[in-house]
Design a binder for this molecule. Structure first.
Ligand code: FAD
Length: 474
């Protein structure tokens, strides 16, 4: 019996596997597809995900393969980002999802995760001791926990009987990765003109004459798993742009809609859900992959603590309590963005008004912090403005904070030099640092970089550590 089976080797699944391995947890990823698919869905990483890559020593690899784009905008309303955002990474890192998956998979395997491809989970059952899983070829596997990272149509979610309430798709877009023969200047000029009114239309170069083209469909297909034909896509493009830019040789044709759903619960006994298996929403703002990676980052150390036997009561359940509202908020902002693309006069008026409001620095900042997920604050029941928020990277005397967090442990950042977490050695590092950057005497960070405690009193600290790191080991 392994410790954890992860169903699904997409970005969420492999990120989770890596986080579990960081803590020595035995993990097997079962992935339905025999080979990684060449299609690119997500186009990039937002600030919080970039920070997570930095906290795991992966940033250089991502930067080497990506392109930096300026931040700023909501629902396609472009505004320059405000000065001094609370992150060392105020940009979008454009990197195709295929590369993100490859880098995260290499990272997970490097840490010792086993990834079994061509293995589809088709059945599961659980009792108080563990989970039994059956694969499509009849193989039986046992584990202490199972995490469904198996995408929007999650078998794990359905088999665990978890409801997925929300709205079905009302609008749909056709998407194709195709070659365009028209000259790039003509393509750019036409797109700019059409997008002045039709925000749901777009085409962006992928290199080598290939473009990703998106055009609104006329209705919602009855069977959304059936891809559109090239002719259907060209027809929709012609309707809006007056030309189909000579589209040919599609590499990928697909449709996506604005279906918006959130799993009722993220944990059912020993079965958990993360990523698209737990939430789906339209891709506006490019948040889905980011949200999944961040779910994995929240869940990894908690599940590892449970498996390793020191998790305090309620730690694993805090995964749902913290991440469910975050996903609900993302669902809401994508709902809002879909409405803001409507050509109805009322929606257009709201769009114009929002564009005006975004000239206010605070509004602009608020929306950017939402989309990039750097504004997230979990409710730890403490009023201090830092508690519950993640801390940005800091230059410390011993090096950068995020570099110091690569082992996936908690961290006591202590300017007083009088505090101690000696009883939690191996779970919490203690860094004494008198850098000017920190405007509080001391703070305790969880392994995911969120602030668990702020203060200077040893007794007060000791009353907070067990909530996250269990009883002292020595
Ligand atoms: C057109 C489009 C554009 C997008 N753009 C962006 C963007 O710019 N930025 C962004 O952040 N997000 C974007 N997204 C969303 C992003 O692609 C998803 O949110 C992301 O892929 C979710 O990752 P995941 O690992 O949770 O699920 P998935 O990537 O869906 O991975 C699930 C994996 O599970 C496997 N699987 C399924 N069933 C089983 C089973 N029974 N047993 C074993 N394995 C199974 C699948 O083969 C798959 O590999 C976009 C999505 C679309 C459709």
């Amino acid at each position: 019996m392994v410790d954890v089976i992860v169903a699904g080797g997409g970005p969420t699944g492999v990120m989770l596997a890596a986080e579990l391995r960081l803590h020595g947890v035995d993990v097997v990823v079962v992935e339905k597809d025999a080979e990684p698919l060449p299609v690119v869905r997500g186009l990039g990483l937002h600030a919080r995900s970039i920070e997570l890559m930095d906290m795991r020593g992966l940033l250089e690899r991502f930067l080497a393969l990506g392109t930096l784009y300026p931040l700023g905008g909501f629902a396609g309303i472009r505004k320059p980002a405000p000065e001094r955002l609370d992150t060392a990474h105020p940009y979008i890192l454009g990197i195709p999802q295929t590369l993100t998956e490859r880098l995260l998979t290499e990272h997970a395997i490097g840490l010792g995760a086993e990834i079994r491809r061509g293995c589809e989970l088709v059945r599961l059952s659980q009792d108080e001791h563990g989970v039994s899983v059956e694969l499509a070829d009849g193989t039986q596997l046992g584990s202490r926990y199972l995490v469904g990272c198996d995408g929007g149509r999650s078998a794990v979610r359905k088999l665990a009987g978890v409801g997925f309430p929300g709205e079905p798709a009302r609008v749909e877009w056709l998407l194709g990765e195709v070659q365009l023969t028209a000259p790039p200047e003509t393509i750019d000029a036409v797109i700019t003109e059409v997008r002045k009114t039709h925000k749901g239309f777009g085409a962006g170069p992928l290199g080598g004459g290939a473009y990703r083209v998106v055009a609104p469909a006329d209705g919602v297909a009855e069977d959304r798993t059936v891809a559109p034909t090239l002719e259907e896509l060209k027809q929709q493009v012609r309707k809006l742009a007056g030309t189909d830019f000579g589209a040919h040789s599609p590499r990928w044709l697909s449709r996506f809609g604005d279906a918006t759903r959130l799993a009722e619960r993220y944990r059912t006994g020993r079965v958990l859900l993360a990523g698209d298996a737990a939430h789906i929403h339209p891709p506006l703002g490019g948040q889905g992959l980011n949200l999944g990676i961040q779910d994995a980052f929240n869940l990894g150390w908690k599940l590892a603590a449970e498996v390793n036997g020191w998790a305090p009561e309620g730690l694993l359940d805090s995964y749902h309590t913290e991440r469910h509202p975050v996903a609900a908020d993302v669902l809401d902002n994508t709902r809002a963005q879909v409405e803001l693309q409507s050509l109805e006069p009322g929606a257009q008026a709201v769009r114009r008004l929002l564009a005006e409001l975004m000239d206010f620095d605070d509004v602009n900042r608020y929306l950017i912090e939402k989309i990039t997920a750097i504004g997230i604050r979990y409710d730890f029941g403490d009023d201090h403005p830092l508690v519950g928020r993640r801390l940005r990277d800091l230059e410390l005397q011993q090096g950068r904070l995020y570099e110091l967090m690569r082992g996936g442990r908690g961290l006591l950042l202590d300017q007083t030099g009088r505090l101690s977490v000696a009883g939690w050695a191996g779970r919490v590092d203690h860094v004494i640092d008198r850098s000017e950057d920190l405007d509080t005497p001391a703070l305790l960070l969880r392994p995911d970089g969120h602030v668990a405690w702020v203060g200077q009193d040893q007794q007060d600290l000791l009353s907070h550590v067990p909530q996250w790191f269990g009883v002292a080991a020595n």
